[in-house]
Design a protein around this ligand. Structure first.
Ligand code: MIC
Ligand code: SF4
Length: 638
């Protein structure tokens, strides 16, 4: 049977299940990655599983989110991560080495392999033909323990690329065009697989920008073929031996096809506050710009920053704005420095930020009140930048660089000659900031500072959920709404403290109310939990006594995280029933038989409404046990 790339990789890694759309499958994960903000929990969970050593081909622990070190909390996390990596056989990427997705693409990703990462932008490595999936930390911990990853067999969209990008039009504009068409929830349940002659015109970093931001579609992942261009990239990284050819069979079939003529795309921006509110730059030229940031895992490659340097060379950033640059990795930073491009950027007035996530997740470089900020990152959710009233637009490095000189949105096609950047034949290779684990970790002491709190675990699910509606929210609620990051990010290893900030930006009384109610239920709209993989958006609500989330529809990773932490995720069978519940209403759900018909009773208003779920048999057992960790422990004991 003819197969597409997604099916080929899944087939090679299938442990159990039927490869028919939407049926539950288990696949073997070759590699894992974590970053520090989700990693501390993932490793505490791994430790709780009692497995002496990781059972993957490769596991890497990156430090890139919490790097500001305003007090002991971040460095405590770092040393915990470093020692636990050594103990369990994990490669540790030291702070200063770069953003996990950029570094993994450069140094470790392999075509045809599977990767699970505790960060939603793990699909970046789809740019070199990996099946790379973002998940909660607990799913990554299970994969490190050698357990297969459980997911629904995805449907596959063929994105048929033809033509060639015009000068000043970038890979970022391609994914923005796809987001404009498909929306932030259009990709749920799908893999976006790139095909067609247009592929030959895109370099690996460009492909990685596209697969990175495929996360914003809600997709399971995105993947490009592994071809001659992939081989050139791996060769330039000194890793030619990691290359294999990978392409879809000529008569492979897909569930859906979208056609994109690259030559027709124009420079675009995602407007506040969603990545799918996309407009051409030419329609935004009346807007003055107060801040520009070039960086993040979407657009911080050598080619991105080199092009920005070429645009800015000999110019000065406009007096009304501040330009921050954050190269994606130490490799990128060193090459820019060695080639004099860093000097060009700094001479133009760019402020050099650390090669880490930084402003993307609201860690520094916040815009001023009401600012219009142009960023090359992937998410412009309200308040994420750290400034509640800021208006963040997502753009390509080209648009960002031109705007930083002009002080306003400017269609870059007016700027003159397009700076062509050649892909290097050899990247600067220096793996000295990785710590490779010793052969035997049994003697290694794990260092735990006071910021590493114990892991909360839920008790078994009772036969009936009797709880109050604690909050009612609308559509497209992101995990940034549920569990704000930014200034609270250092609390990731301390659930009792972090839980005080659940839903803070939406409703300042949430925490108080949840504590008073003891047991409660969240009512949501469509695409509840979109965005990041942060399991704290389930773990902290679980800690506050949330028993169920009932909404119109869920985002994939968040749904899995709710199950992992023993919270029932269900949807209204009749979406109009959403209107029949208000905050404070007393609710009951008989969950004795999760397999049967579930009814949500609004005791306060005297309504009964059917609710449904998409849980697999295994998910149901996990929920009953009080979450995946409780389940794994109970199994281990048995
Ligand atoms: C993000 O971009 O929102 C993050 C911060 O990288 C998250 C992970 C986290 O919350 O730690 C993600 O994308 O999964
Ligand atoms: Fe870091 Fe931003 Fe990428 Fe998340 S999206 S991994 S915060 S750079």
């Amino acid at each position: 049977m003819a197969l597409n790339i997604t099916q080929k990789i899944i087939k090679q890694h299938l442990v159990s299940g039927e490869m028919t759309a939407k049926s539950p499958i288990n696949i073997k994960m070759d590699q894992t990655l974590t970053q520090d903000a989700t990693g501390t929990m993932a490793y505490l969970q791994f430790e709780a599983l009692g497995v002496p050593r990781v059972r993957t081909e490769l596991s890497v622990s990156y430090v890139d989110h919490n790097t500001s070190q305003m007090d002991y909390k971040n460095p405590d996390d770092h040393i915990f991560l470093q020692t636990i990596a050594d103990k369990f056989g994990i490669v540790f990427s030291r702070p200063g080495n770069g953003i996990c997705h950029q570094v993994h693409l450069e140094r470790f990703g392999k075509p045809g392999k599977t990767l699970i990462g505790s960060d939603s932008h793990t699909p970046t490595c789809g740019g070199i033909g990996m099946l790379a999936i973002g998940a909660g930390g607990l799913d990554v911990a299970m994969a490190m323990a050698g357990q297969p990853f459980n997911l629904k067999m995805p449907m596959v969209v063929k994105v048929n690329l033809t033509g060639k990008l015009q000068p000043w039009v970038a890979a970022k504009d391609v994914i923005l065009e796809i987001l404009r068409r498909e929306t932030v929830k259009g990709g749920v349940g799908y893999v976006y697989e790139y095909a067609g002659p247009g592929i030959d015109t895109l370099t690996v970093p460009e492909r990685a920008t596209i697969t990175n931001m495929g996360a914003e579609l809600g997709a399971t992942t995105s993947v490009f073929p592994s071809d001659g261009e992939t081989k050139r990239f791996l060769k330039a990284q000194g890793r030619e031996a990691d290359w294999i050819e990978l392409k879809a069979d000529p008569d492979a079939t897909y569930d859906r096809v979208i056609d994109i003529d690259l030559s027709k795309i124009e420079p675009l921006a995602a407007c506040p506050h969603m990545p799918d509110i996309v407009k051409p730059i030419s329609e935004l030229e009346h807007l003055l710009v107060d801040q520009v940031m070039i960086g993040s895992c979407t657009n911080s490659s050598y080619t991105d920053l080199t092009r920005a340097a070429m645009i800015l060379k000999g110019k000065t950033v406009h007096p009304r704005l501040s330009l921050g640059i954050a190269p994606g990795s130490r490799q990128v930073l060193r090459m820019l420095a060695d080639e004099g491009k860093l000097s060009d950027l700094v001479a133009a007035g760019a402020r050099l930020l650390e090669n880490a996530c930084g402003p993307c997740i609201g860690m520094g470089f916040a815009p001023k009140s009401d600012a219009i900020a142009l960023r090359t990152s992937n998410r412009n959710f309200e308040k994420r930048s750290g400034t509640d009233s800021a208006q963040v637009y997502l753009v390509s490095p080209e648009v960002a660089a031109v705007a930083s000189v002009e002080g306003k949105f400017t269609d870059p096609r007016k700027w003159g000659k397009y700076p062509e950047v050649k892909m290097p034949e050899k990247f600067t290779i220096d793996d000295s900031m990785f710590i490779f684990p010793g052969k035997d970790g049994s003697k290694v002491e794990i260092v735990r500072g006071p910021n590493i709190a114990a892991l909360p675990i839920k008790e078994k699910m009772s036969r009936e959920i009797a709880a109050k509606a604690v909050i009612k929210v609308g559509d497209n609620i992101t995990t940034d709404h549920i569990m704000p990051a930014g200034k609270y990010l250092p609390l990731r290893s301390n659930v009792p403290e972090y839980a005080k900030h659940v839903f803070e930006g939406v409703d300042t009384q949430f925490y108080k109310r949840a504590v008073e109610m003891k047991r409660s239920v969240i009512i949501g709209g469509d695409n509840y939990g979109q965005g990041s993989s942060r399991e704290h958006a389930a773990l902290c609500p679980m800690y506050l006594g949330i028993e169920a989330v009932i909404c119109k529809s869920f985002a994939r990773i968040h749904l899995a995280n709710l199950v992992n932490f023993g919270i029932l995720p269900a949807t209204f069978k009749n979406p109009a029933d959403y209107d029949r519940i208000e905050v404070g209403d007393e609710l009951k759900i008989n969950v004795d038989n999760l397999n049967g018909e579930l009814v949500l009773e609004n005791v306060t208003r005297g309504h009964k409404m059917p609710i449904v779920h998409t849980l697999s048999d295994e998910d149901m057992v996990i929920l009953k046990a009080g979450g995946r960790l409780s389940y794994a422990k109970q199994q281990a004991l048995a």
